[in-house]
Design a protein around this ligand. Sequence first.
Ligand code: PGA
Length: 251
Amino acid sequence: MRKKIVAGNWKMNTTVAEGVELAKAVAAKSVEVPAGVDLVVAPPFTHLVCVADALKGSKVALSAQNCADHEKGAYTGEVAVNMLTSVGCEYTILGHSERRQYYGETDEKLVVKTKLALEAGIKVILCVGENLDEREAGKHFEVVKNQTEAVLYTLTAEQLKSIVVAYEPVWAIGTGKTATAAQAEEIHACIRKVIAAKFGEEAAEEVTILYGGSCKPSNAKELFAEKDIDGGLIGGAALKADDFIQIALSF
Ligand code: PGA
C-alpha cells in the first residue's frame, strides 16, 4: 500500500517565532491524524533548526523547500543537502513552479538536485504541473509527462522509492481555483502511467502522488477520494494548523 501524505509548504511566510508556534500547534493536533497518513511541514531554511525541535516526539516530518545543486563550496546564498540532513530534514521539495518560474529552475538542475538529495538520504517531493497557457492549448498531459520523465527517468528503481510526486497546476496555486477532482485524477493517472512505462506497474503503484493548488478543508475530501490522489501539497491552508490537520483528516 502506498503512503498517504499531507505536506505543508509554508513558502516565504512566518517569522521564526511564528513558525515555531505553528509547528507546535501542528505537532499537538497531529495525534488526531490516523497512523496511515504521514504529515510533513516545509518551513523556510532559517526555521529548520527551531521547527525540528518543536516537532520532536511528534509524527510530523521536516522538509526543506529547495536545496543546492552542488555539494558544498563557493555558492553564496545556497543550502547544501548535508546541511539539511544535519538539522533533521527527511524531505525536500524540488521543482516547485515558483522556483521554475522565478528562479530559473530547469529540469537539468532538478536532476542534479534530486540525485544529491537522494544520495544524502533525503526524500524528494518533486513538483510538476502546467501553467494556464499550456492547459488552454491542451498541452497539460504533454508538459506533465515531460517534466516527470526528465527527472524520474534518470533514477534507479531503488531511488524511485524515495520520490513523492506533487501535481500542481500553476493556474490553481494560490488563486483559489482548484482543479476539479476529475481534472486532477486524469493527470495523476497519467503520471502513474509514465512511471509505469519505465519502472513497471508494480513500482508505479507504490509512488505517492500528491495534489497541490488551493487545496483546503472544503475540497480535500473530494480530491483525496480519487484513486490516484494520495494526499496534498498544501500552501496557504498549511499556515493554519486547524486547516492543515482538517485536510489530513479528509481521507
Ligand atoms: P496553495 O499552494 O495551496 O496556496 O495554492 C500550493 C503550493 O504551491 O504548494
